[in-house]
Ligand binder design. Structure first.
Ligand code: PLP
Length: 402
């Protein structure tokens, strides 16, 4: 055996396509180029002051040791209150688990439950990490295409057709990364009816963008809409996007105790639990004032409006107005088959994204990275002036493509 032989599942995993672009952005910046990056998966705001203060106090008060593997009792109580008050779920502190980011919640859930041959239904476009995690955990992804005609959402018909004897999980993400699509109560009810007929299927509700929702929509999560599914739904969330705390690495979930216990067992051999200081900060976030959430909703909704408006004025680009998150998922098929001013053949969405980076100095991620070709994911987590400049640069790139 070669000394450099890796785990076969890891070897088969693809490096994240978003990191590939981000690395190229860093390279170009290193060469002195000024790049506007619309790739970021995080709010551009600072963590609110009272949350930062709670972390500093935690350090000064000596809360710097290991915590319980499943998380601090005080944080789990705050999480249970959050689920009761914001989501109408009957959750006690011991129905919760704290992990190092929402990402680890998902990974732990899959690693704790998947066996060879188990399938996970992933509606596409999807967050890039889902299929990779499924693969790393030994499962098979069953990707279900959900195009613009269904608002990039899974329909009950498509769900019914994709469930088979090996289906172990369905992953639902609303508001969605990369499309910003939001499932309403009626749509979730339709999916729930299909799921009720398949009692072997677990559901992962990835609610990480819950609070970034626009136009007065009421956020709904599956276990709330259909309480009969609560016993097999893992409702995942975290502080990353709602409180501009991506670097603090705190995610959490509620769900059936057998599953939470299995995830805790895994975590006990893996991280021993999330960072103690970040857990104290997360208590301050969940229990503290909520003005920040209202403010970021307002800012992102305004940016969405002007971005979608500007994008729809660009020849070759069409964009639906997303209901949440901070991503626009723009159709770029009007550019495919053309040649850029710099002489690049725009053969597909990836070629368009790369040409935009090299020639317009604007970084976006191609839709095929998220399982739907012909699109660009444009993250508008950036100040207004940069967003306007980026749209101008994309506009002149598109006008000059022949
Ligand atoms: N789920 C989705 C859809 C995401 O976009 C992200 C982050 O980009 C996560 C989960 C993970 O969030 P975190 O691990 O930062 O809590």
């Amino acid at each position: 055996m070669n000394i450099e032989t890796l785990n076969h599942r890891l070897e088969a995993a693809k490096p994240s396509a978003t990191y590939k672009i981000i690395d190229r952005v860093a390279e170009r910046r290193g060469e002195g180029a000024t790049i506007i990056s619309l790739c970021a998966g995080e709010p551009d705001f600072d963590t609110p002051e009272h949350i930062r203060a709670a972390a500093i106090n935690a350090i000064n008060d000596g809360h710097t040791r290991y915590t319980q593997v499943a998380g601090l009792r005080a944080l789990r109580e705050a999480i249970a209150r959050k689920y009761r008050c914001e989501n109408g779920l009957a959750v006690e502190w011991n129905d919760t688990l704290v992990c190092s980011g929402g990402k680890q919640v998902i990974f732990n859930a899959l690693a704790a439950t998947l066996n060879e041959g188990d399938e996970v239904i992933i509606p596409a476009p999807y967050w890039v990490s889902y299929p990779e995690m499924v693969q790393l955990c030994g499962g098979e992804s069953r990707v279900v295409a959900c195009g613009a005609e269904s608002g990039f959402k899974l329909t009950p018909q498509a769900l019914a057709q994709s469930i088979g004897p090996n289906t172990r999980w369905l992953i639902l993400n609303s508001p969605s990364n990369p499309t910003g699509a939001v499932y309403d109560q009626h749509e979730l009810q339709g999916l729930a009816e299909v799921l009720l007929a398949h009692p072997q299927v677990l559901v992962l509700a990835d609610d990480i963008y819950e609070h970034l929702i626009f136009d007065g929509r009421q956020f709904q999560t599956l276990a709330q809409v259909e309480p009969r599914l609560a016993a097999r739904t893992l409702t995942m969330n975290g502080v990353s996007k709602a409180y501009a705390m991506t670097g603090w690495r705190i995610g959490f979930a509620t769900g059936p105790r057998w599953l939470l216990e299995a995830m805790e067992k895994l975590q006990g051999q893996q991280t021993s639990g999330a960072c103690s200081i970040s857990q104290h900060a997360a208590i301050a976030a969940l229990d503290g004032p909520k003005e920040f959430i209202a403010h970021s909703q307002k800012v992102f909704q305004r940016r969405r409006d002007f971005m979608v408006d500007l994008l729809n004025q660009i020849p070759g680009i069409r964009c639906q107005s997303p209901g949440g998150a901070f991503y626009a998922f723009a159709d770029c098929t009007g550019l495919i088959g053309k040649r850029s001013q710099g002489g690049r053949e725009l053969v597909d969405d990836e070629a368009v994204a790369l040409a935009l980076l090299e020639e317009a100095n604007v970084a976006v991620v191609h839709g095929s990275a998220f399982g739907l070709a012909g699109y660009l994911r444009i993250a508008y987590a950036l100040d207004d002036q940069s967003l306007r400049q980026a749209c101008q640069a994309v506009g002149s790139f598109c006008e000059n493509a022949r």
